[in-house]
Design a protein around this ligand. Sequence first.
Ligand SMILES: [Zn+2]
Length: 201
Amino acid sequence: MHELTEKQLKRRENRLRVKEEKLRREEEARQQALILKQKTDEKFMKQALLQAKKAKELGEVPIGCVIVHDGKVIGRGYNRRNTDKSTLSHAEITAIRKASKKLNDWRLEDCVLYVTLEPCQMCAGAIVQARVKEVVIGAMNPKAGCAGSILNLFTMKQFNHQVQTTYGVCEAECSRILKQFFAGLRKRLHETDGSGIYEKK
Ligand SMILES: [Zn+2]
């Protein structure tokens, strides 16, 4: 009787050990997947930053976007609002148009959209309409962002599609390029003022 109990105890211990090992392996896999996701996000956000730099070269507010499908960039865009004299020329809209053309489909269901600045209401709306799977955001935009700042169009249950969101990827770099742009703009405005009053102050 005693022997049997001991056997049972051992069996129980073994089962527990196997279970623990399984949990440990699962946790390890989760961590690995997380690290891989972070690396991938940073890689593609850097591509979006390259797009933002193109906007900057045109004297536009530097915002860039790329759309990724199956690990490949299928659409790129950067802000060209002043150059095109069009409110539709936001980085995300251009990237969505190009990605749809590439996939020959308005649905971007398996796509991840990377954008250096939190999308506005127009772009967030287009992202929901295109049924984009996930949006990865660099810097937040407290004055106009619709992915959590003013409202969050991506999580509204009233719409038939919700978008996964990842925040703060390459955030420092994404916000630095904007700050530098606006600092440069202010400086130029003062220089062309002519009176010299602003520089002396
Ligand atoms: Zn926009």
